[in-house]
Write a protein that binds this ligand. Structure first.
Ligand code: ARG
Length: 476
């Protein structure tokens, strides 16, 4: 280390001039890097600049800033934004965060007017405003991906409204269902996730700007002006709360964790169904990868990776909850730790939604395999019991009769529909020729024709209601 690299104790040359006034020595180099956030918060530069433009305009309209200063601030900020867009901006860790990097660049460009921008404002309300603006944009982008994915599911469900497959409980064959009905179950999960995001957006969309450091400001600010310019739905009512709480970001991470949990369930089914043991579906090669050692392998990497990303989504939520826990009012530096988990949740959500929106409509369904699987495993046993109830038996007695028929089938490797009428009548005299109507898979699924049921007609109606429900969700 040369002499000039190693500042003496009263050398302030390396201390941030935006707050260095009361300091008598420069910040420790390690501390400077340790406390800086610019490496990750620079991703909010557009929001930071938008907030500054609005703040300057408001100060000018409130008589705090001259028109000339306001104009040059706008001009300077526009230039800076263009420079950053073009990758032509030098970020400095010594300037700690995105806010001070931009403010310092502004002052360098336009002189004293730049120094007046921070009047009546603090980085505490600035950063809270930036995060909300950023998250509002991110939510809107995620909503568009949700919509693409959900629309794809509706197409798939409609196409397979009468494709029969085994339905499972405990991963054991339970009753036949239609694949369209199964897809609509995925749709319901993800539509709720979109609805949760829409609800969270209301709480994201409230403006902290004007809260200043913690108590508000003595300047005659007009928060309605910045609110209007920035398009916030409301103004945060309490300055202490506004600069400190990150519950809206925690909600976003919570929603993301729930969504990833849902996507992991879908992913798990795709992985299972693609296996040689199920062979229900095929994923196009472009969503799979091979093995460097086993030439026959085609691995469902995309669903597996989405399933695995549930881990980081949960981790991010726990990080956010934990960093916020026990923080006394108002702003504390702990809050700087909100960004990396939040940004990671945003990226993870966007990536997974995109992957699924691209992949699910391209799933190839092996109808024959699904049908064959549904035929084995006594999937119409409940239908036989219901048939006997209609013939006058109590359900528990019917259950007993069918249990005996299934035991016979297991012992003789016969499905219920494969047994002759005489054999079936051996279990109950109430069984007549019409029993075969209910023992077929088509008869079984078609019988469940009500809202929420698996009948092809019910699925088609569910799809048509779903189109309207989707259109009514996340409207901003
Ligand atoms: N980089 C900080 C953050 O991310 C900005 C706010 C800092 N305010 C302060 N008083 N240190 O939270």
């Amino acid at each position: 280390m040369t002499q000039s690299d190693s500042p003496s104790s009263n050398d302030k040359s390396d201390t941030n001039t935006l707050w260095g006034g009361r300091f008598s020595e420069s910040t420790d180099q390690f501390v400077q890097a340790f406390t800086a956030s610019v490496t990750f918060d620079k991703r909010m530069y557009r929001q930071d600049i938008a907030g500054s433009r609005a703040h300057a305009t408001m100060l000018m309209k409130s008589g705090v800033l001259s028109e000339a200063d306001c104009d040059s601030i706008h001009q300077g900020l526009n230039d800076i934004e263009k420079a950053i867009d073009a990758g032509d901006f030098e970020w400095s860790v010594a300037l700690e965060d995105v806010h001070m990097n931009i403010e310092s660049a502004l002052t360098q460009r336009i002189g004293d007017a730049g120094k007046r921008l921070h009047t009546g404002r603090s980085r505490n309300d600035q950063v809270a405003t930036d995060i909300r603006l950023y998250l509002r944009d991110a939510s809107d982008a995620a909503a568009a991906e949700y919509r693409r994915l959900l629309e794809g599911l509706l197409v798939l469900a409609e196409k397979h409204a009468d494709t029969i497959m085994p339905g499972f409980t405990h991963l054991q064959t339970a009753q036949p269902v239609t694949f369209g009905h199964h897809v609509m179950a995925w749709f319901e999960m993800l539509l709720r996730d979109l609805d949760r995001l829409s609800d969270t957006r209301k709480r994201i969309n409230s403006m902290p700007l004007g809260s200043a450091a913690l108590a508000g400001t003595s300047y005659p600010i007009q928060r309605e002006i910045t609110q209007e310019i920035l398009g916030f739905q409301s103004i945060c009512e309490n300055s202490l709360d506004a600069v400190s709480d990150r519950d809206f970001a925690i909600e976003f991470c919570s929603n993301t964790a729930i969504c990833l949990m849902h996507l992991s369930r879908i992913a798990e089914e795709l992985v299972l169904w693609m296996s040689a043991q199920f062979r229900f579906i095929e994923l196009p090669d472009r969503f799979c990868t091979g093995s460097s050692i086993m030439p026959q392998k085609k691995n469902p990497d995309v669903p597996e990776l989405v399933r695995g990303k549930t881990g980081r989504a949960n981790g991010n939520l726990i990080s956010m909850l934990t960093l916020m826990k026990s923080q006394p009012l108002a702003y504390n530096k702990d809050n700087q730790e909100d960004k990396e988990p939040l940004f990671d949740s945003v990226d993870t959500l966007m990536g997974c939604l995109r992957a699924f929106a691209d992949m699910l409509p391209a799933v190839e369904v092996r109808k024959e395999e699904m049908l064959t699987a549904a035929k084995s495993g006594f999937s119409t046993a409940t239908d036989l019991a219901d048939y006997l109830v209609r013939k006058g038996l109590a359900f528990r007695d019917a259950h007993e009769v069918v249990g005996a028929a299934v035991a016979h089938g297991v012992a003789n490797d016969l499905d219920l529909a494969d047994m002759s009428l005489e054999v079936l009548q051996g279990f109950s005299e109430d069984i007549t020729e019409d029993v075969f109507d209910v023992l077929t898979l088509e008869g079984s699924v078609s019988a469940r024709n009500h809202i929420g049921g698996t009948a092809p007609a019910a699925v088609k109606e569910a799809v048509s209601r779903a189109k309207a429900r989707l259109a009514a969700t996340y409207n901003v």
